[in-house]
Design a protein around this ligand. Structure first.
Ligand code: ATP
Length: 920
């Protein structure tokens, strides 16, 4: 039992001993681990301390004094030195490499010292511009890279700009001069790198109107630098957005993702680089501006546009490098990181910058070449172009390059505006000459109408001095300022042509002129260009002409594009054209805008290009007048003596077989003998027409009254203008006489006015010499002449015309009544009523409307089937034009004509000129 107890105890004692031993071991290990951890902690604390004071200062820093000589401290320092030397061992050549890199990426003015290039013109016009642009240099401690302690290494600092990146600069207090110097330096490097004209700089400063970078003042005369209105940031952003859209459209269409890619692939630069410098004031931009700015920034680089933002707080899309100024010499930039200070290059000497700017400006102006002449607009060979797709011709020059006008799908119609004397007519001549020289008359037909007083297009039709004409011209209308109806006639004509073309397109199952020409190669489908100078005359009054003109113009503007019918509307005063307001269709369809200097409202609102355009220039804009479409062009003198006529003669000789244009000259009264309708009068026509005047139409037509044997086929002339009344009756009688064989018709002329006896007698003689019976009586004979014709009414052997002059003068005599017998007036009424069906027609002249009504009595006006009103107000004519309001204010040389059987409403007619009457 006792032995058993002893064994138990020994076992327990052993177990306890083992446990004690184990615990001792564990405690020892823990103590060791603890002291190791403590040592590690001390080392880390030391490391942190050393790093916070910098390895190079550890030796002297008082915070580390207590550790001096401490082996831990020595270990920490040697470890850190080891790390640093390993880290910098790859960077020992860094500064040199950087210098080499900047030298190659920023060659010439992009990176070299200003003394080497400032004031010299750039020559670079290649496809790969410098990638970097120097702004200053940075210095690093060379001992860090294994060099001797206390030595430094410096390298050039440059930023990317064109095609590569935007730049955002943040100033520090009182550093504006430094920021200006930085921006000026960068811009000057860019401007001095490229050939003059290849870079366009836009400057906008929220706080300044004109004095942004004043050393560039000389350049602001050219397109190289534009200073924008501080209140109109939106205009600048719109302009840039417009460029981006336009450039993207054509680069993508050509299959390139960016302008740069296109340039590199084709080897051709088609656009300038654009740099927009925006100076803010550190405050947030308005939300809409910010949104627009971000939109611009994200698409800009691909369109060759870079932004330089100064104190404009925003996060831009696309790549952006930053420069933040620390003081007036130092900055940090995203190119080198926050720990490297950049010493900015000193400002360029301002006098030298100003000189360099003026030299550059001069070079740009010189590049425009001497004043170019009209001949420079013409191709070497005439008539080589096809108008199937569009019309395209240079109209002027900008900085030496031709500026073209395109009339086609995107720009079907044009609006030209400019104050009097600003060169609109000259521009039109330049355009017409340039087009006519490129396209043959089979490709281009011109309809030219000038509402101005004067004869600006008259030379394009054959004249007394020059027998030549412009073969492309189909119609030339001049002096039509009082004949708005002629404008209407042109629009109607074009509208008919539009219908004809649409019908043809439908027949060939095509939708536009280009396809129609393909499908119908033998058809004659030239593009039609209708030029209406001072077209606002069309809308001069609130009347039916304005209403119809507006409707027709709108229709032509809308549908003319696809059928190759184009309008060119020119005016001094677009602003005043009331008819446009509220009916913007025409205005909007005129996507080609030409603004002469000082033109108002031709370009989009806010586009001020026309205000600053110099004399003899025009702003050509194919983008509905939006600023990004502005192309300034110097227009050569096309209107001086012997300029256009020389071209016209050459073209006339070349296209000799083309018909002459119709000339409508509102100032010249037409002659009956020249009227094609009169010339065509010959015996044997079925229904003879009495011609009364020339119609205001595109083709040379005459107004006439068919003298059929039907009720009402009489003609009344109303008004007191003797010459015109004689002219109307003379034309009517002579034209009728030509339509009968000799002796197959009878005329009886009754002249109640002594003042007209000579003319009426002369007419009677002429009729007789044609072999016709032509009796003539004076006032006394008229009552019996009338009675005699009533008696002969039933003879019906041949047509008879009773021509009465000044019927109202013999009314008392006609009214005289003998008991039991009808008066001559009653006879006259009988003739008017019953005569026409028996081929006896009255052509009569009454000097007033009331007198005619008296003559007709209560029977109404049915017997007057056709009339010509001279100096008579429209309101008086209501009775002769039932159911209509007649708009007519008498004007010299014009009459109103209405033939109930053919007209819906009265039309203006031009009485033929009778030299022997007015010239007597
Ligand atoms: N580009 C130019 N170069 C030289 N002279 C020009 C040029 N443009 C116009 N002129 C001259 O200026 C004058 C006025 O020009 P033009 O008749 O074309 O102006 P406009 O705007 O049509 O004026 P208006 O409406 O009064 O007729 C003319 O004598 C013309 O010869």
């Amino acid at each position: 039992m006792r032995r058993k107890v002893l064994e138990e105890r020994t076992r327990v004692t052993n177990a306890l001993e083992t446990l004690r031993h184990q615990l001792g071991l564990a405690l020892g290990a823990a103590r060791n681990a603890h002291s190791e951890a403590e040592a590690e902690l001390t080392k880390l604390r030391l490391e942190q301390l050393v790093l916070s004071v910098g390895l190079d200062h550890a030796e002297d820093d008082p915070r580390l004094a207590e550790y001096r000589g401490d082996p831990a401290m020595n270990a920490v320092r040697s470890e850190l030195e080891d790390v640093r030397s390993r880290f910098y061992s790859g960077w020992a050549d860094g500064p040199d490499q950087l210098r080499a890199l900047v030298a190659s990426a920023a060659p010439g003015p992009a990176g070299r010292p200003p003394g080497e290039w400032l004031g010299k013109l750039g020559t670079f016009d290649g496809t790969r511009p410098p990638e970097l642009w120097r702004i200053g240099e940075a210095t690093v401690d060379a001992s860090n890279v294994g060099r001797e302690h206390g030595t430094t290494l410096s390298f050039d600092v440059a930023v990317p700009l064109l095609d590569e990146s935007h730049l955002s600069i943040t100033s520090a207090p009182k550093t504006r001069p430094t920021v200006d110097a930085l921006v000026e330096g960068l811009l000057m490097r860019v401007l001095s790198t490229f050939a003059p004209g290849a870079v366009k700089v836009h400057l906008w400063d929220v706080g300044q109107l004109t004095a942004v970078l004043p050393n560039f003042y000389a350049l602001s005369r050219t397109s190289a630098v534009t200073v924008h209105d501080p209140t109109r940031l939106v205009d600048l952003l719109d302009e840039l957005a417009g460029h981006i859209r336009r450039i993207h459209a054509y680069t993508l269409q050509a299959g390139y993702p960016s302008l740069r890619a296109m340039r590199e692939a084709t080897g051709k630069r088609v656009e300038p680089w654009r740099i927009a410098v925006l100076y803010g004031n550190g405050e947030e931009l308005a939300t809409e501006h910010l949104r627009a700015l971000k939109r611009v920034a994200s698409g800009a680089l691909a369109a060759g546009i870079s932004l330089v933002l100064v104190d404009v707080p925003t996060v831009l899309g696309g790549s952006v490098e930053t420069i933040s100024l620390l003081d007036d010499r130092r900055a940090v930039t995203s190119m080198t990181g926050p720990n490297v200070e950049v010493r900015l290059d000193p400002a360029l000497p301002s006098g030298q910058v100003a000189n360099a700017a003026s030299r550059l400006a001069e070079a740009i102006v010189t590049k425009q070449g001497g004043p170019r002449s009209f001949a420079d607009l013409l191709p070497t060979e005439f008539g080589r172009e096809s108008s199937a797709r569009e019309l395209r011709a240079p109209v002027g020059f900008h900085e030496g390059e031709p500026v073209e006008v395109v009339i086609g799908d995107a720009t079907p119609h044009a609006l030209i505006g400019g104050p009097s004397g600003s060169g609109k007519t000259n521009f039109l001549y330049a355009l017409l000459g340039s087009l006519a020289a490129r396209y043959s008359p089979d490709e281009l037909a011109l309809y030219l109408l000038d509402f101005k007083e004067g004869v600006s297009f008259a030379g394009l039709a054959p004249g007394k001095k020059d027998e030549s004409w412009l073969p492309h011209a189909r119609l030339v209308g001049v002096n039509v300022n009082t004949d708005r109806e002629f404008g209407l006639a042109l629009l109607r004509f074009l509208s008919d042509e539009l219908r004809r073309r649409s019908a043809a397109a439908k027949e060939f199952e095509v939708t536009n002129i280009a396809e129609l020409r393909e499908q119908d190669p033998d058809g004659h489908w030239p593009r039609i260009v209708a030029v209406i100078d001072e077209f606002q005359y069309l809308f001069a009054e609130r009347d039916s002409v304005t209403g119809m003109a507006t409707a027709l113009l709108e229709d032509l503007a809308r549908r003319g594009r696809s059928q190759g019918i184009h309008l060119i509307l020119a005016s001094q005063d677009i602003a005043g054209i009331e008819a446009f307001w509220g009916k913007p269709a025409v205005f909007e369809q005129c996507t080609l805008r030409i603004a002469m200097p000082k033109a108002r409202r031709v370009l989009a609102e806010g586009n001020q290009a026309a205000v600053s355009a110099p004399r003899w220039h025009a702003v050509v804009n194919h983008e509905s007048g939006v600023a990004h479409g502005n192309q300034l062009a110097h227009i050569p003198d096309a209107s001086s003596k012997d300029t256009f006529p020389v071209l016209q003669r050459q073209l006339w000789q070349r296209y000799a077989t083309h018909a002459r244009p119709r000339l409508f000259d509102g100032a010249v009264a037409p002659r009956l003998e020249d009227s094609p309708a009169f010339v065509a009068c010959e015996p044997g026509v079925e229904r003879p027409r009495a011609l009364v005047g020339q119609a205001i139409e595109v083709t040379d037509n005459a107004h006439g009254v068919e003298m059929a044997s039907a009720p009402g086929r009489n003609l009344a002339v109303m008004g007191s203008n003797t010459a015109e009344a004689l002219a109307v009756l003379d034309a009517a009688t002579r034209s009728l006489a030509r339509q009968y064989e000799a002796g197959a018709v009878e005329f009886a002329l009754g002249c109640a006015l002594d003042s007209c006896l000579a003319e009426v007698r002369a007419l009677a003689d002429d009729l007789a010499s044609c072999g016709h019976k032509a009796d003539m009586v004076t006032a006394d004979g008229i009552p019996s002449l009338v009675a005699e014709h009533v008696d002969r009414m039933s003879e019906q052997d041949k047509p008879r015309f009773l021509v009465l002059y000044g019927v109202d003068a013999v009314l008392p005599a006609l009214e005289r009544k003998e008991p039991g017998r009808p008066s001559a007036l009653e006879h006259l009424r009988t003739l008017l009523k019953q005569g026409p069906v028996q081929e006896l027609h009255v052509l009569g002249w009454w000097r007033g409307v009331a007198r005619l009504k008296d003559t007709l009595g209560f029977g109404g006006t049915d017997e007057i089937g056709a009339w010509v009103a001279l100096d008579v107000q429209g309101s008086e004519l209501a009775a002769f034009c039932p159911g209509q309001v007649v708009h007519w204010s008498p004007r010299p040389g014009r009459a109103l004509f209405f033939d109930r059987s053919t007209h819906a409403s009265p039309e203006v007619t031009i009485p033929f000129h009778r030299p022997e009457v007015t010239d007597a």
